[in-house]
Design a protein around this ligand. Sequence first.
Ligand code: ZN
Length: 309
Amino acid sequence: MSSKVQITPIGPQLDLGEGPHWEAKTKTLYYVDAFAATVHRHVPHTNEHSHCKFKGNTVSFVIPVEGKEESEFVIGLEREIVHVIWDLKSDKPTATRVLSAAEEDRGGNRVNDGKVDPAGRLWTGTLMPGQGLDDAPFTSHLYSFDKGSSPKKHLSGIAVSNGLAWSLDYKTFYYIDSLKYKVQGFDYDITNGTINNERTVFDLKKNNVEGIPDGMTIDSEGKLWVAVYTGGKVIRIDPDTGKLLYILPIPSWEVTSVVFGGPNLDELYVTSANKTKDYPKDKFPQPGQTFKVTNLGVRGTSSRSIKLQ
Ligand code: ZN
């Protein structure tokens, strides 16, 4: 890894930055401020920035709709999967339409990180907030939604559903339930959209990695990049050997998620939060900031848009 790694703050400081998605055709980063129920749009090559506020308590992810103009999205709004039309300028959506919802019978819960699988299905899981993140009960689930359909349940006993990634050969699904402090691997069936044969591919505690695993992405060498919440870093791991390959220190304590972007997919975008009050502030002076990391010497994989037809 290059010693000339550069970390540049972009956009405003947020309360809980999350869910970054890189749209290649417009060279745009989309991400959310979760508890502000706001989607942010940042165009690095023009420094243009806009945001859109939704009616609700949380927005957890934002994903462009495949084959559409640059104005249609699917977002996770509280426990609903919502189709959105936004003109990219106004601070309000033009139109919203609920496509589906998870666990309508469970008050207080919500969907969290969401990603699209290699066949175009949306995957997202839930969480039921406890007093804090640390004590969420293990009563939530992981789901997929095919073209905005009703949810298909894949896993139970989840505390805080978070990072999702698929291997380069589409045979493995990687998943993070934050409070298990692990990255799990599963056999993935692209045709049927099913997962089986759960195993641990990386254990943070066994590798003495302090913090909670959150969002995740995969690079062009098949290695995983994991945001470490209350750990002030992103780690690169080898899911085949279970080895910790690299630690990227971030000047924010609560690192929430990562995505590769830029015209050559060689920039890493990192979101973070400003929730915790008790941490070494001198080492992590930019809470809630979003960052662009360059000169890593690694290329990522493309963010996938969602298929609705
Ligand atoms: Zn997350």
